[in-house]
Design a binder for this molecule. Structure first.
Ligand SMILES: Nc1ncnc2c1ncn2[C@@H]1O[C@H](COP(=O)(O)OP(=O)(O)O)[C@@H](O)[C@H]1O
Ligand SMILES: [Mg+2]
Length: 174
């Protein structure tokens, strides 16, 4: 069965490092938005352009699993709705969804961000204290039920399926 891996965690959690390992191990297509945003725009968030990029990547990911290629999505996915939507879309293609959550405590996160800045400056942009605090405040940590993956939430009220919700969240997905 074709698998889509979704990496979840804050900046510095080790997502891209793990995504590279998984891509190597499974011969999977790795989609890391930062590796496109930085060369294209010199920014990680550029006026909604990250949403556009991620929407196209999500389409590409679903195309790839349809073709039988495993995919590693290195999106971070702070929101539970984003994760549920991606899971639903992957399972609608009869592929397997595997979420990989990398928790990271504050001190480790800061040390890793500094390590990356020192060792691979081209892979990243400087992160401010405000960026780090914003992430902590907005990240929706997956709970046990979500990690176990036994059930999947329905879309928020007013959305017929996760497909419509995803096309609103990532406009270029439609
Ligand atoms: N398990 C780990 N143990 C120690 N250092 C790690 C680990 N995973 C990643 N790192 C280091 O931490 C930094 C951030 O990792 P990265 O994979 O870029 O995080 P993310 O993609 O989640 O922002 C890098 O310098 C990386 O080499
Ligand atoms: Mg990364």
């Amino acid at each position: 069965m074709t698998t889509l891996f979704l990496l979840v965690g804050l900046p510095g959690a080790g997502k891209t490092t793990r995504a590279r390992q998984l891509a190597e191990e499974y011969g999977a297509l790795r989609l890391t938005p930062d590796e496109w945003m930085i060369p294209l725009f010199g920014l990680l968030e550029a006026d909604g352009k990250r949403d556009v990029l991620e929407g196209r990547m999500l389409r590409l990911a679903l195309e790839a699993v349809k073709l039988g290629t495993d995919v590693v999505m290195d999106f971070g996915c702070w929101s539970r709705d984003e994760r549920s939507a991606i899971r639903w879309l992957v399972e609608a293609e009869s592929a397997r969804f595997r979420m990989i959550y990398l928790p990271v405590d504050d001190a480790t996160q800061r040390a890793r961000i500094a390590h990356r800045r020192a060792t691979a400056p081209e892979e990243t942009l400087p992160m401010s204290e405000a960026d780090i605090l914003y992430g902590r405040a907005h990240f929706e940590e997956p709970d046990k039920a979500e990690l176990d993956g036994c059930t999947i939430d329905g879309p928020p009220y007013g959305w017929p399926t996760w497909r419509e919700w995803a096309a609103d969240r990532w406009p270029s997905f439609a």
